[in-house]
Design a protein around this ligand. Structure first.
Ligand SMILES: Nc1ncnc2c1ncn2[C@@H]1O[C@H](COP(=O)(O)OP(=O)(O)O)[C@@H](O)[C@H]1O
Ligand SMILES: [Mg+2]
Length: 261
């Protein structure tokens, strides 16, 4: 279980006349991600979603408050992130190309976290990489390809395989399908739904699209100006949203939303 307690992150940026302005990117956030839950975090650009995801991953220190994984604080203290944390928490970002080493083959990209975080024999490693590729619905001959030989959707699948390789407890997807065309996006979302059903890890899916959040998640957190303004359990009825900002996001949904497939 991953928990944020009174979490706050301030940034100092240059303002007028060389004065320093304070931005409260994350403001007094309290949330709990229960084991096996598929949760979505929705909010417009600049609302603090990526800052919150980095805090939840233990990648940046908060200004105040705490992040607890199974009751233990994961707030970074030194420069190095603990190995155990890397294996338990994984994040998938929007830009698949920069997430993968351009010189690595698909096999090497997926095998790298296995080598760093698990003690497998070469044969076990081969087998695990092959199963992961199969789960991503990619053919085995892709193992020899490099990132420039893959489409956007295929790259995304390799990034997901790499993140899942060491069987993390929590996976955060930060705008992970933004920038993909609508059919590819739908196929990735369906893949995530299936993987989540099979594996029961905790998923936090971050998006600025309310339709994507509705399509995927059982619980939806709405974020505005650094604060979580509403948390709802979602069972297919948009009436469960009450906050005016949530309603604004609902109304802003494209008429041909993913939901209408
Ligand atoms: N490293 C940083 N330094 C200064 N300001 C930042 C930094 N990262 C984010 N911000 C600011 O914090 C706010 C929230 O940003 P971000 O977490 O990226 O939002 P989102 O992911 O929802 O678009 C924005 O106003 C952004 O400009
Ligand atoms: Mg962001």
């Amino acid at each position: 279980m991953l928990e944020a307690v009174n979490l706050q992150k301030e940034y100092f940026v240059s303002g007028q006349n060389s004065a320093k302005n304070t931005i409260k990117a994350v403001n007094e956030v309290n949330l709990r991600l229960e084991k096996g839950e598929f949760c979505a975090l929705v909010g417009e650009s600049g609302s603090g979603k990526s800052t919150l995801s980095q805090l939840l991953m233990g990648l940046i220190p908060p200004t105040s408050g705490d992040v607890l994984l199974n009751g233990k604080s994961i707030v970074p203290k030194g420069k190095r992130r603990e190995r155990i944390l890397c294996s338990k928490l994984q994040i998938i970002l929007q830009d698949g190309k920069s997430a993968l080493d351009p010189h690595y083959t698909v096999y090497q990209s997926i095998a790298e976290p296995l080598r760093n975080l698990m003690n497998l024999t070469r044969n076990e490693e081969k087998q695990r990489v092959s199963v992961l590729l199969e789960q991503m619905e990619l053919p085995q001959e892709f193992l020899k390809r490099r990132p420039y030989e893959l489409s956007g959707g295929q790259l995304k699948r390799v990034c997901i395989a790499r993140a899942l390789a060491a069987e993390p407890e929590v996976i955060i997807f930060d705008e992970a399908v933004s920038g993909l065309d609508v059919l590819v996006r739908k196929s990735i979302l369906d893949l995530l739904k299936r993987l989540h059903r099979e594996k029961k890890s905790t998923y936090l899916f971050i998006t600025h699209d309310m339709d994507v959040a509705l399509y995927l998640a059982n619980r939806i957190l709405v974020m505005k100006d650094g604060e979580i303004v509403e948390q709802v359990s979602y069972r297919g009825d948009a009436e469960c949203f009450h906050h005016p900002y949530s309603k604004l996001l609902l109304n802003a949904m494209a008429p041909k939303a993913v939901l209408s497939f």
